[in-house]
Design a protein. Sequence first.
Length: 95
Amino acid sequence: MDYRYLSIGFMLYFFCYILRTIRLTIIFDQGRLFDWFQYAGIFQIINRIAPFRLGEIASPILMKSFFKIDYSESIIKIIIIRIFDLILLFILFLF
């Protein structure tokens, strides 16, 4: 096993988490970067453990407990995030 590839993979995975955290900080414009990093980690754990990606349901609940964001606001912004993700994937597949 080559540990260089493992360390590069870990750094890329960590960089993706930082990008997700920055995206959430910009979109919700509330809370500190470290708090959103904690939220993203807990959300990913729940999303990976729960079947059928049911962690998406836990996201508004986590936002309510971490940042006191209303359920309706968090659900709408999560849908907007997913739409932007879909658009980005569509653009990447075109090129």
